[in-house]
Design a protein around this ligand. Structure first.
Ligand code: ATP
Ligand code: MG
Length: 290
């Protein structure tokens, strides 16, 4: 809507997990490097966990791009509210297994065949499960068993479980201790620190076609960081709404009043939020960098 007004080639704050917009914060860079290393070194089980909206699916999409370029076979299970039968059916579809996809026995047989064939060609195969915190115990147990397939050179199937912090808690359950013991790599995503939020906003604006942006001042971005508590998805939503407000008022720069309005509209409350009456004081405080 506002793209032409600001001269964007595309929407800078799209909510989709688009890898081409990946801002490589040190944390995201390390997590992605770990995922790739884990797959390449055939580590077996890898867990990626992090708060809601911190970039897990975006990183998995980056990994998917990497695997496609490397021509590594992989299955991507993105809907985790599934039964064990549906789980096997999804894997069979993704890996294009030629068998009766409704028969667990046949899927397992075909999968085993594929994994051995890949391993003989010096390749590995990958199973990615997003939203893994929602998985039923029964499905987690099936996944554990898949992780047992190995030859002398390592695991045949590299399994990445990604999910919200509940996943870590779930993996602590006594009945999952066998699975927990097999996890060789763990990556964690946290909310951004202030400097990352600012670099992230600048990066997305630049990527969308606005170099050396002046629409968000440094102080405003610091305030956006506070109100979004460093969560990328919330930052996107707030910045998108801010740009919309700025465009509606035919301004070239967003203001703290606009941010306040956006926070009200989006029902965002955050520790230390100033009431409207304190607006005048904000400018001074912000200027001093408090
Ligand atoms: N490092 C990053 N670079 C660019 N965009 C990011 C980054 N991290 C997160 N985002 C953006 O934040 C939004 C949420 O990211 P994503 O969907 O990957 O989070 P998530 O951790 O999978 O969330 P959920 O727990 O709800 O599944 C997306 O719009 C995504 O593009
Ligand atoms: Mg996600």
């Amino acid at each position: 809507m506002y793209n032409a007004f600001f001269g964007f080639k595309e929407n800078p704050f799209n909510l989709s997990p688009d890898p081409t917009f990946l801002y490589r914060s040190q944390m995201h860079e390390e997590a992605l490097a770990n995922l790739i290393y884990g797959v390449q070194s055939r580590k077996g089980f890898i867990v990626l966990s992090g708060e809601v909206g911190t970039g897990k699916t975006t990183l998995l999409e980056c990994l998917r791009d990497f695997l496609e370029v490397q021509m590594v076979e992989f299955a991507f299970v993105f809907n985790s509210r599934i039964t064990a039968d549906q789980f096997f059916e999804m894997i069979a579809y993704d890996l294009d297994l030629r068998c009766n996809r409704n028969s667990k026995t046949e899927v397992l047989f075909a999968l085993n065949h594929l994994l051995i064939q890949q391993a003989n060609e010096g390749r590995t195969s990958v199973l990615i499960v997003d939203e893994a915190h929602n998985l039923e115990w029964e499905v987690l147990e099936e996944i554990r068993l898949l992780g047992n397939l190995e030859n002398r050179r390592g695991k045949l199937l590299q399994i990445i479980l990604s999910g919200q912090p509940e996943l870590d808690r779930k993996l602590e359950a006594p009945n999952l201790r066998q699975l927990k013991q097999r996890i060789v790599l763990r990556c964690n995503l946290h909310p951004f620190r202030e400097e990352d939020t600012i670099a992230y906003i600048n990066y997305r604006l630049e990527k969308a076609g606005m170099r050396d942006q002046t629409v968000f001042s440094f102080d405003l971005m610091a305030e956006i960081h506070r109100c979004c508590q460093g969560i990328p998805r919330v930052i996107n939503a707030v910045c998108d709404n801010l740009l919309l407000n700025t465009f509606a008022q035919e301004q070239q720069e967003s203001t703290v009043e606009m941010l306040d309005e956006v926070c009200n509209d989006m029902r965002i409350d955050y520790p230390g939020r100033r009431s409207r009456g304190e607006r005048g004081r904000y400018a001074v405080d912000a200027y001093r960098g408090d």
